[in-house]
Ligand binder design. Structure first.
Ligand code: IPM
Ligand code: MG
Length: 355
């Protein structure tokens, strides 16, 4: 029987409530499909900081490197610790494990309301593909005369040919399996080195994928178009920061971040990949058993798909869809009053029933 070792990093806030619900679905589907998942949980984050004076142990990357995948809940509790400290390990994991492709699908599912007028299920089916290792998220920069009136901060963005090329190629390959449309977004009308480089590499790479319709759109216009014509988009490739922003928008128009999954993958599988919901720790609703676990559950499905358990991944996705369509369990963000665990139970029960 196939066996996968999964590192669990529930983190802070609702991360700790949605991860156990994702495990219910994972257990149901692994029983049904005949493979085994072994979990090792790491209680890193703000609580850990209170005891140890750091959010993760010094050797956390070594620890994680031995796992088949990392499953993360959410990080951050700014009242206790500044976010750029709590969230640093997340960015380091992505960069150190060369998880250069961050996949963030956004689909409007049956039974889900969108804030956009006149749109219905199926009208939104896009995949935001975010460059996840470089761009605007580098830890390069510094302060000069920091606390003086003339203080200065410099933050360097780096866009390498290799980094741009590999994310574009990954996007084109995904587009070939989808609706064969790729949109690359930049801001090359204003950022004339880094983003013009994206344009140059795009012109070279697109020649290798003649069967994919490839176009470009500046990120400000694209934000507008996501609202006006979300049905126009299939695969959207973006730099690290633009992908971050657009994936929140894509999630919001698809019914809310509570539903949105994400996978940060190292396609070559030299390192473990990371799976996590797009949402954050949502401290305003933390501890109340009211968060929507579907973003986490769908991220678990993406993890299984990446590990090669496609049937199991589809089974989770189908059960999520049937739960949403039937409306038997709905958390507050979806207009219901059911709990996080009600929703997790409902989906796990459907998996066991339909397997
Ligand atoms: C995300 C989050 C992170 C990011 C934060 C928590 C650092 O917003 O995964 O989208 O900006 O990448
Ligand atoms: Mg984000």
């Amino acid at each position: 029987m196939k066996n996968y070792n999964i590192a669990l990093y529930p983190g802070d806030g609702i991360g700790r409530e949605v991860v156990p619900e994702a495990i219910k679905s994972l257990d149901a589907v692994s029983d049904a499909c005949g493979f085994k998942l072994e979990y090792t949980q790491f209680d890193w984050g703000c609580d850990y900081y209170e005891h140890k004076g750091k959010v993760v142990p010094d050797d956390y990357l070594d620890i994680l490197s031995g796992f088949d995948a990392i499953f993360l809940g959410a990080l951050g509790d700014p009242a206790r610790l500044p976010d750029h400290i709590t969230l640093r390990p997340l960015i380091e994991i992505r960069q150190s494990f060369d998880q250069y492709a961050c996949l963030r699908p956004a689909n409007l599912l049956p039974g889900i309301a969108t804030p956009l007028a006149g749109r219905q299920a199926g009208d939104i089916d896009m995949l935001v593909l975010r460059e996840n290792c470089e761009g605007e998220y580098l830890d390069v920069g510094g302060f000069f005369k920091h606390n003086r009136e003339e203080g200065v901060a410099v933050q360097v963005a780096l866009h390498s040919r290799k980094g741009i090329e590999r994310i574009l190629r990954y996007g084109f390959k995904l587009a070939e399996e989808r609706r064969r449309h790729l949109t690359m977004t930049t801001k090359s009308n204003a950022l004339k080195y880094g983003m013009v480089y994206w344009d140059e590499v795009f012109e070279e790479v697109r020649k290798d994928y003649p069967n994919v319709r490839a176009d470009k759109c500046h990120v400000d216009a694209l934000a507008m178009n996501f609202v006006r014509w979300p049905d126009k988009y299939d695969v959207v490739v973006a730099s690290n920061l633009f992908g971050d922003i657009l994936s929140d928008l894509a999630g919001a128009i698809s019914g809310g971040l509570g539903l949105a999954p994400s996978a940060s993958v190292n396609p070559q599988k030299q390192f473990p990949s990371l799976f996590e919901p797009v949402h954050g720790s949502a401290l305003d609703i933390a501890g109340k058993n009211m968060a929507n676990p579907i973003g986490a559950i769908r991220s678990a499905a993406m993890m299984l798909d990446f590990l090669g358990e496609r049937t199991a991944a589809l089974l989770i996705d189908r059960s999520v869809e049937s739960c949403l369509k039937s409306g038997t369990a709905r958390t507050a963000d979806l207009g219901g009053s059911d709990t996080t665990s009600d929703m997790g139970d409902d989906i796990a029960t459907r998996i066991r029933r339909d397997a």
